[in-house]
Write a protein that binds this ligand. Structure first.
Ligand code: FES
Ligand code: FE2
Length: 379
């Protein structure tokens, strides 16, 4: 028997040819208000981000339409960005406003201006290969109390991930089991809800004591309740309720967002804010947010190692515990087709809870073995 017909093969799929339609976060809005233009490699090109004299942030194609100069190396003059090559001025709306040395400025000339918005202190741009007007109803929601200053300032980080398509990070939404193996937590509850342009993950989990440096200091009731929602293809808000001690629950907002750089690289960004509360003064909340930013960073880097080294796979082989990978990908596809080609199977509400009980039992045994081995010093 040759058995070749029983071998399962990986379908690595086609390379993507377009970038997702949707709102993409480029970073903290304040970081662009330093009086300088910023160049951002994104969507297969380069963008220039600059703030005008009112602090209004604009995003233009980064290469000057005159002779291709790099506007990010230019200067902000008044409300315009001035190209370093021949000083042509471009307004935030994309118009050429002045060619200082020329008798006549080509005033009808325009470069591409990217629609922007600010939410939760972050700058978002709208990308659509079809060039549609930005969909304001798709802007991610404001985090309750954020604009009123009830959260610590964002602790923000980013990392360029090369050698992987950004769908890899979105796949994580339905991936219950990787939390145990990659993030050293065991999920006790796991559910996904896909609906319209949102995809959510509801999870409850405990940390693995066998991966905790001082497990004896870990409070028995340490527990994490997490609600995470992608609003569109690239911007997730994760509300985390951390039970860290008796009557001590820390409310954390984690932003997990990215923008594509090329079809096989993306900029992953994450920000952490801690809600101020009695018993947690502003200073401590900010410190805690900083510590959590690092620990989430470590978590993302554990994912990154996997993404960079794995194969793209269109036909994953799944068990009951693996969650609705295919449904999630169908949902994700809505951002990669023309708006007219979005079909109900991409957007219709779909819910699935993963039964964690069997996995939990097995994992408990694995953790117990590791803890016993650690005590006897074998490990
Ligand atoms: S290339 Fe920008 S001014 Fe000439
Ligand atoms: Fe992950």
């Amino acid at each position: 028997m040759s058995g070749t017909d029983t071998v399962r093969h990986i379908d690595t799929g086609q390379e993507m040819t377009r970038f997702a339609r949707g709102w993409h976060c480029l970073g903290l809005a304040e970081s662009f208000r330093d009086g300088r233009p910023h160049g951002i490699d994104a969507f297969g090109t380069m963008l220039v981000v600059f703030a005008d004299s009112d602090g209004q942030i604009h995003v233009l194609d980064g290469y000057c339409r005159h002779m291709g100069g790099n506007l990010a190396q230019g200067e902000i003059k008044g409300d315009q960005i001035a190209c370093p090559f021949h000083d042509w001025r471009w307004g935030g709306g994309g118009r050429c406003t002045l060619v200082p040395y020329a008798k006549r400025t080509p005033r009808l000339a325009r470069t591409r201006a990217w629609p922007t918005t600010e939410v939760n202190g972050q700058l978002l741009v709208w990308h659509d290969p079809e060039g549609s007007a930005p969909a304001t109803e798709l802007i991610p929601p404001t985090i309750e109390g954020f604009d009123e200053g009830r959260w610590s300032p964002w602790q923000w980080s980013s990392v360029l991930i090369e050698g992987a398509h950004c769908r890899e990070i979105v796949d994580n939404v339905v991936d219950m089991a990787h939390f145990f193996y990659i993030h050293h937590a065991y999920p006790t509850y796991f559910k996904n809800v896909i609906d319209g342009h949102t995809a959510s993950q509801f999870m409850e989990s405990k940390p693995r004591p066998d991966y905790t440096p001082n497990p004896e200091k870990l409070w028995d009731g340490t527990y994490l309740r997490s609600e995470a929602t992608y609003f569109g293809p690239a911007y997730m808000i994760n509300w985390l309720h951390n039970d860290l001690g008796p009557d001590f629950t820390v409310e954390v907002a984690l932003i997990n967002c990215h923008y594509p750089v090329t079809h096989h690289s993306f900029m992953l960004q994450w920000g952490v804010a801690v809600r101020e509360m009695p018993g947690l003064p502003a200073d401590n909340a900010a410190k805690l947010a900083g510590a959590m930013n690092s620990s989430f960073g470590e978590g993302f880097l554990e994912d990154v190692e996997i993404w960079k080294n794995k194969s793209p796979i269109e036909n994953p082989l799944l068990t009951e515990e693996d969650g609705p990978v295919y449904q999630l990908r169908r949902w994700y596809e809505q951002f990669y087709v023309d708006a007219a080609d979005v079909t109900p199977d991409m957007t219709t509400r779909y819910e699935q809870e993963v039964d964690t009980t069997h996995a939990y039992e097995l994992w408990q045994q694995e953790v117990d073995r590791n803890m016993a081995a650690r005590k006897t010093g074998i490990r």
